[in-house]
Design a protein around this ligand. Structure first.
Ligand code: ZN
Ligand code: ZN
Length: 329
């Protein structure tokens, strides 16, 4: 997840934990675990009581490895959620899964979903999409409860997490009553809409990624950032949407060099968003190492020093045909 969504989510998770800690039922019965997924899936914290749970560190990284996340989820549920024992001892309540995503899956999630459904039992699976690039049809294949967070500022996120807190609290009351009935959907706030076949947002079926991410280095600061593009079907090109500062500590060299990011035909990319650090409106790529970098690397004599490999590039020479120019109007 990237950009504004991430900031809102950090605040939202904090307030959710706070709300759950003030709820005696939740405090007694609800446990929580966090898994993040970007270029890979990562267990941020194992299943813990609400008391012990800490908000996960969320980092800006490209990719939506939903399949890996579902596999990790199945693995953790098998390991951490106690099933009913044959001797009659009651196991844990079935888990509630809340999936929040702002992108299109970038790996094979369907086989992971089949494995998940065949190995573990989940009480409720809520899939929540936020932003413009959600594959809602895909989310509908995952679960009946697909929600669209259409207000993605901090207020929207706050309301979403209040709703999640309510839902978890309701579920935890169900447990203490010894009642295994299905968890009811708490009343949705106005910023969330339930998505079904009648109001499915537009979703292209040509298999093309609606978002494109290119990792780049600033020519001035040598720091990594992400250039985000949006597919413009009417023109058949990716147009610049925004740049996002990438968390440097998590940005290994393979990510810098563009490995793991989708291959893109340069003719399908029109222009570039301004550098997230220095605001330079142009960018180019290194013919030696493939690094994409902002135009601040340009020297007065017209050459550029690649911030990736240190190679000196002549203007119009070295770079592959990665024509990135300032976008027009
Ligand atoms: Zn720059
Ligand atoms: Zn280079």
């Amino acid at each position: 997840m990237i950009g504004a969504g991430l900031a809102g989510m950090r605040v939202g998770i904090n307030s959710m934990l706070k709300a759950l800690r003030q709820n005696p039922h939740a405090l007694e019965t609800a446990w929580i675990s966090f898994i993040t997924f970007d270029s890979r899936a990562e267990l941020k914290s194992p299943l813990q009581s609400i008391d012990e749970a800490q908000p996960p560190r969320l980092l800006v990284r490209p990719g939506t490895s939903l399949g890996s996340a579902l596999m990790l989820l199945a693995e953790r549920i098998l390991k951490e959620v106690q099933r009913n024992q044959s001797g009659g001892a009651k196991g844990d309540f079935r888990p509630i899964v809340i999936l929040i995503t702002d992108g299109q899956p970038t790996d094979d999630w369907r086989s992971a979903l089949r494995d998940l459904n065949s190995t573990v039992k989940i009480a409720n699976f809520y899939a929540i999409g936020c932003g413009d690039d959600i594959d809602f049809a895909g989310l509908r294949e995952m679960t009946d409860v697909v929600l669209n967070l259409h207000q993605t500022d901090e207020h929207g996120w706050a309301k979403l997490f209040v709703w999640i807190s309510d839902t978890v609290s309701t579920a935890s009351r169900g447990v203490s009553d010894g009642d295994e009935r299905e968890v009811m959907l708490s009343k949705l706030p106005d910023v969330i809409e339930k998505v079904d076949d009648s109001n499915m947002p537009y979703s292209s079926d040509d298999g093309r990624a609606r978002q494109l991410f290119l990792s780049a280095l600033c020519g001035k600061t040598k720091q990594p950032y992400l250039m985000r593009y949006r597919w413009e079907p009417d023109y058949g090109v990716y147009v610049p949407a925004a740049s996002h500062i990438m968390d440097a500590e998590t940005c290994d060299f393979s990510t810098r060099a563009g490995a793991g990011l989708p291959q893109v035909n340069s003719r399908e990319v029109d222009g570039c968003p301004p550098c997230a650090y220095c605001g330079n409106m142009s960018a180019g790529s290194c013919g030696n190492c493939g690094t994409v970098f902002c135009g601040s690397s340009r020297q007065p004599d017209g050459t550029s020093v690649c911030p990736g490999c240190g190679g000196i590039l002549r203007s119009g020479g070295g770079g592959r045909d990665f024509k990135i120019k300032a976008s027009e109007g």
